[in-house]
Structures are given as structure tokens and as C-alpha cells.
Ligand binder design. Structure first.
Ligand code: PLP
Length: 386
């Protein structure tokens, strides 16, 4: 049976008649589950992945969210975590061994890069490949165990040809994992393009309301089961029932919210394209010609974008950002609210230039307030620059 994404987000995995017909599933706020007799208890403990024993295992409220996310990604299984980083570290800790090598492709989220670097103390090494996949083949070593990708990235929003990666990885028996947070499974389903694991920070679009932190890993039964046993149960980054309820509530409106984020972002991009103060805008919608593979890879684009102010420095970036009122200054992205941020800190310009990032880079998370209000706010900031 196939379900539409909208059906999955609104109904899939729910069974109101098993909880008094409640249309909104209960929050099973419990740390443990009790049993009628000792034999039942002992049997349940033998397979914690499938039985409700302890909430650092499976919990019915979390389970509903996991069923939906697995179905959206067209994967067999999902495990949720208390943060995106909890999910990412569980994948690394479980699947990498001493002596393994990892290939990282594109601009990977800073803490993920820090984590893989930290794992050098366990004799795990890594190499970077840029989004054009220059030197991709040469970077693969005999001990390469995993290829870890972000597409789009979240600073310059660069995309990578996912099928090119999975073809080579499959031929060499290498595990492929992607951080799919930017697109969500509504706009991109990497498992259908051959990826083994799709990872999410649920804190962004999927939660969607900037009131909860969470993460998830989706893949085939065996891989997720291994991650469940080790990276999840032993590291213990457990997503609570209440947070799962909030994320599940966010998920119900994900398709319609993303459509609106996209519509607003495309209008803001049209407006930004008219500005002579801007050297370059970064969003995958602007790079379809150079990346014909996007037609099969992505169904739409979310609202995270960045642009470079010409000849800017910390002072002019600050002046621009401080003039905004609708766009709030803050980390993270993917919520209902518009946000602004910049990697420029006043003492890292040279470092940014060396990593290919302009010291005039400003990142916008385009929220749901409407393009007209967003453009008016940005216009005020451009006036301030003059
Ligand atoms: N992946 C990406 C692309 C992110 O932007 C973030 C957070 O900003 C994470 C993972 C980590 O997620 P969390 O903050 O939920 O741990």
C-alpha cells in the first residue's frame, strides 16, 4: 500500500481505537512499562526494539513519530533521538571502528565536522570532497567505511549528485549517510536514490515551531537495529514523549508549511536579485542549470538561503542585521519565524576566506510571515547600508 506524504503526516501510524478514540495520540509520559507476569516481562526484555519495556528503548508516543518518518523517507525503520547531534553521533559511534576512514562531502555542519575530528582519538580518519565531487574517486581509500553527505549544505546551500555517490559506494561496499535536514523527506528522499541512512535534525522544519530539539535516523531494519542497540541505547540520547508529541504535531502541517516557506523564499530571492549591494545569492533554485540531476533528486526547495554583501566586513554586516526587525537574530532555522545570522565574528575573516566563505555572508531562514513583510524588512536594512 502506498501513502501520500500528506496522509503519512496527518494519519499514518496512528490507531485512535487503541486509546479511547482520541484523535490526538496520548503522551505516554512514563519511564517504564509494567507487566502482568514475570514470564511476559522476561520475554519482552529479549527484544526491547519491539516491546515497550523502558523509555530508553521504545515508547508509544515516540513510536508514532518514528513510523511516520520511516514512511516519509521510504525506509524500513526510524529511530528518534533527543537532538540531531544525538542521531549523528549514534551513527558514527555505532558504525565506525578504529582504523576506519570517512569521506565527508560538501560543507558539513560545524559540530558534525568537530565530532568526526574528535574521533581521531579512536584512530578514525577523514577526508573532505567538495560538492563538485572533484577527487571523489581518489579520496576513497581501502579503509573507507562511510561517505557522509549534506545536500544542500546549510551555509552556501551547495548540492551534490547523490546518485553518483551511491553508485560508487555500492560498488565498493561503503555505507552512505546523508544529513537530509535542509530538504526534509517532503522535498528529497535519499533512500530512494540508494543512500543507506537519512539523518535529520527534527529541530528545524519537521518540528517547525522552534519549541523542541530532536533528531532521527532512517534506514533499513538491520542498520537501524544496530544503531538502536549501541549508539541509541548505550549513548542514551533519548527523545522524550512530550517532545515527540510536539514534533508529531509539527509534522502534521509539514507539507503545507514547506510549500509556503518555498514560495516566500523564491519571492525574497527575486527581490534580492535586484540589489546591487549583493555579490551573490546562494539557494539551490538558482543552480538548476549547472545541476541537471536536481530534477530527479529534489521536489522543491526550502527557505534557508544566504547572500554576500559586496565588500562587507563585521561592521557593515552588523549594521545590516541590526536594521532588521521582522528577521530575528539567532542560531538555528526552519521554524515559522524569519531568522538572520552570519558566520562573521569580527575576528575570523581570514579563516572564512580560506574556507571559501565571504566575510559579507548573511544567512536568512525565511519564515511564514509572508514575502511582502519580509521584503519590506530587508529593504529597511539595505537603506541603512547607504
Ligand atoms: N544538521 C544540520 C544541517 C544542522 O543545521 C543542525 C543544527 O543546526 C544539526 C544537524 C544538529 O541538530 P540539533 O541542533 O538538533 O542537534
Amino acid at each position: 500500500m502506498t501513502y501520500t506524504d500528506e496522509e503519512i503526516c496527518t494519519q499514518f501510524g496512528e490507531d485512535p481505537h487503541s486509546y479511547q478514540g482520541a484523535v490526538s495520540p496520548p503522551i505516554y509520559q512514563t519511564s517504564l512499562f509494567t507487566f502482568r507476569n514475570f514470564k511476559e516481562f522476561t520475554e519482552a526484555q529479549k527484544l526491547e526494539r519491539k516491546n515497550y519495556v523502558y523509555s530508553r528503548g521504545v515508547n508509544p508516543t515516540v513510536n508514532i513519530l518514528e513510523k511516520k518518518l520511516a514512511a516519509l523517507e521510504k525506509g524500513e525503520e526510524c529511530k528518534c533521538f533527543s537532538s540531531g547531534m544525538g542521531a549523528i553521533s549514534a551513527v558514527f559511534f555505532t558504525l565506525l571502528n578504529s582504523g576506519d576512514h570517512v569521506v565527508l562531502i560538501n560543507n558539513i555542519y560545524g559540530p558534525t565536522t568537530q565530532l568526526i575530528d574528535y574521533l581521531s582519538k579512536f584512530n578514525i580518519s577523514y577526508s573532505f570532497v567538495d560538492h563538485h565531487l572533484t577527487n571523489f574517486h581518489e579520496m576513497i581509500q581501502d579503509n573507507t567505511k562511510m561517505i557522509y553527505v549534506e545536500s544542500p549544505g546549510t551555509m552556501l546551500m551547495k548540492v551534490v549528485n547523490l546518485q553518483e555517490i551511491t553508485q560508487l559506494a555500492k560498488a565498493k561496499g561503503i555505507i552512505t549517510a546523508i544529513d537530509n535536514t535542509w530538504s526534509t523527506p517532503i522535498f528529497q528522499k535519499p533512500l530512494t536514490l540508494g543512500f543507506d541512512l537519512s539523518i535529520h535534525s527534527l529541530t528545524k522544519y519537521i518540528g517547525g515551531h522552534s519549541d523542541v530539539v530532536g533528531g532521527a535516523v532512517v534506514g533499513n531494519y538491520d542498520l537501524v537495529d544496530e544503531i538502536f542497540q549501541y549508539g541509541y541505547q548505550l549513548n542514551g540520547a533519548v527523545l522524550g514523549a512530550h517532545d515527540s508529541y510536539l514534533i508529531n504535531r509539527g509534522l502534521r502541517t509539514l507539507p503545507i508549511r514547506l510549500k509556503q516557506h518555498q514560495e516566500n523564499a523564491l519571492k525574497v530571492i527575486d527581490y534580492l536579485s535586484t540589489k546591487r549591494e549583493i555579490a551573490r545569492i546562494y539557494h539551490p533554485s538558482l543552480e538548476e542549470k549547472e545541476n541537471p540531476f536536481l530534477k530527479n533528486q529534489m521536489k522543491g526547495y526550502s527557505g534557508l538561503l544566504s547572500f554576500e554583501l559586496k565588500g562587507a566586513n563585521f561592521e557593515s554586516v552588523s549594521r545590516f542585521i541590526d536594521a532588521l526587525t521582522l528577521f530575528k537574530i539567532g542560531v538555528s532555522w526552519g521554524g515559522y519565524e524569519s531568522l538572520v545570522n552570519s558566520p562573521v565574528k569580527g575576528d575570523n575573516e581570514q579563516q572564512l576566506i580560506e574556507s571559501g566563505i565571504s566575510p559579507g555572508l548573511i544567512r536568512l531562514s525565511i519564515g511564514l510571515e509572508g514575502a511582502e513583510l519580509q521584503i519590506n524588512d530587508l529593504e529597511k536594512a539595505f537603506q541603512q547600508l547607504k
